[in-house]
Design a protein around this ligand. Structure first.
Ligand code: SF4
Length: 318
């Protein structure tokens, strides 16, 4: 009984907070962007929910004066780089990305020099300073298209070794990888997928390219998060094994009420940083227009070239 009462009051306070957030959003002329790995209640209240590419495009096109970014730090930085005249808020300033922290600008400069100055393709999961040292950015959705768009035959791909490896299997170019990885995706094993597949043999296996090579090699589809949403909707299959962060289950189950989705290792498919933004933090951030994310002008001027070049290539028909 006590638990039921607690749940009711929690639901009520969530609803009240959501109302307050909508009110503040209007007052502050703000837009709320949320990544697909965010908590369900954050995805529910956002104006736009998407993957890194979609969020970058929304940030670049937004006509609101304030962008509230429900995601991790590098995403808010990208929004600030693309929209320097706007206020960019990250409701939880400590929401970082372990993969992005695996490369810094000095190390990258040194490695580029060692390799004779070959072009650097930089996954958006990286700091503004690393983007500033790179020739072009990419997301998991457009990585192959971006690498293929370069005239050079060899590229250095940072920071994700798994995405870089996968891109190398999809292109005729030589892709030299950095030794970074995402804990959440890298920890998904083929054995775990096999175990769930044995229980649901009709299920199609779709995994993110941040997963290990042995996992991507045996999947039915290797897809970005937005690619998974599209594929699950369009496919006649009714069961899917999902190899990415568990936050995506909210949109997958919402969009496909008659279909079943299974996580091979739910406890590991969890990014603690992505879950740091909560409704109370979002409300506070909107009320105070803090904490802000800014990028020093000298870095921004160089980083924006890499991001804009990516957006330009992505907008081409393939
Ligand atoms: S899921 Fe992985 S790549 Fe994405 S924010 Fe978390 S640690 Fe970084």
């Amino acid at each position: 009984m006590v638990m039921l009462a607690d749940q009711r009051s929690e639901t009520k306070s969530k609803a009240q907070l959501a109302d307050r957030i909508r009110e503040l959003k209007q007052q502050q002329h703000a837009i709320i962007l949320a990544h697909l790995y965010q908590r369900p209640e954050i995805q529910e209240i956002a104006d736009y929910v998407g993957d890194s590419l979609g969020l970058s495009q929304q940030a670049a096109a937004a006509d609101a004066g304030v962008i509230v970014f429900c995601g991790v730090h590098f995403m808010a930085e990208s929004a600030s780089i693309l929209s320097p005249g706007k206020i960019v808020i990250l409701p939880e300033p400590n929401a970082g990305c372990t993969m992005a922290d695996m490369v810094d600008a000095d190390e990258l400069r040194a490695r580029k020099q060692e390799l004779g100055g070959i072009p650097v393709v930089c996954y958006v999961n990286s700091s503004a300073a690393v983007k500033a040292e790179s020739d072009i950015c990419c997301t998991s959705r457009n990585a192959v298209q971006i690498v293929d768009s370069l005239p050079e035959q060899r590229v250095l791909f940072v920071p994700d070794r798994n995405l870089g490896h996968w891109v190398g299997t999809q292109t005729s170019k030589e892709v030299i990888t950095w030794d970074g990885f995402c804990n959440t995706h890298d920890s998904i094993t083929q054995a775990e997928i096999d175990r769930v597949h044995a229980l649901h043999p009709a299920a199609l296996v779709m995994v993110h390219p941040e997963c290990r090579p042995e996992v991507t090699a045996r999947a039915d589809r290797v897809l970005s998060t937005s690619g998974m949403l599209r594929f699950a909707k369009e496919s006649p299959a009714t069961e899917f094994i999902v190899g990415t962060e568990q936050g995506i289950m909210y949109q997958l189950t919402k969009d496909n009420p008659g279909k079943q989705f299974y996580l091979p290792s739910p406890a590991k498919q969890y990014c603690a940083n992505m879950k740091k933004v909560t409704l109370p933090k979002l409300a506070w951030a909107l009320e105070h227009l803090q904490p802000r994310v800014t990028v020093p002008d000298e870095i921004r001027r160089r980083a924006v070239r890499s991001l804009e070049r990516m957006l330009e290539v992505s907008s081409r028909r393939i």
